[in-house]
Design a protein around this ligand. Sequence first.
Ligand code: DC
Length: 234
Amino acid sequence: MKAKQIIRSLHSEMQKIIIAIDGFSSTGKSTLAKQLAAKLNYTYVDSGAMYRAITYYFLQQHINLSDTQAIHEALQQIKLHFEDNKICLNGVNIDAEIRDLNVANHVSQVATLEEVRHFAVQQQQQLGIDKGIVMDGRDIGTTVFPNAELKIFLTANQQIRTQRRYDEMKVKNEAVRIEEVEANLAQRDHLDSTREISPLRKAADAVDLDNSHVSMEQQLEIAYEWAKQKIHHT
Ligand code: DC
């Protein structure tokens, strides 16, 4: 058996925990969550992708966000699932579509809606029922899994976050100006942390990880050590 397989099978025999990773937009939550889940042989769930998929559907269907009945009916038409960490809406992989600026510009508003949050949180909690999960988002440590064994609050300074997001979009050949990216991030940060229901907050028992000047490999090692300690003490 190869070393990686041995580590994987050791992990699968150990007590499984829930790991919540929260933080502002473009702090690299998904990257860390995905890598940590792979290293622990855990399931990875990108909760933001769920809000983005709902937003994508609402935009496609021209749902008026102040029409609660229309929202209620639209949510009944939505089936979400993940396949190889990619989100599928009613059976169709829409992972690329949900990353565009139009969805990004509307998602924070959609995520303020009570019925939308209820719909998403219920499914997120269901996904974590057997533990062994790393989920990233804004309210995972506070609302979705308040009893998560490990809660990480990821931060990075705004200039660095803007540059990272801009570089990411450039790689995908998206025609976007850095000022637009900066404005979108600032607007989302504001909406996400000031909304009434489940605003972005650091849970009292979360540990801070500022990755402004930390490499991806280093942040993974830090988080992995924290996870191992929690797993051994659970
Ligand atoms: O992580 P992300 O940028 O893909 O998230 C998209 C939006 O979804 C974000 O602006 C706020 C919202 N969101 C949320 O309200 N709660 C979560 N748990 C995850 C995301």
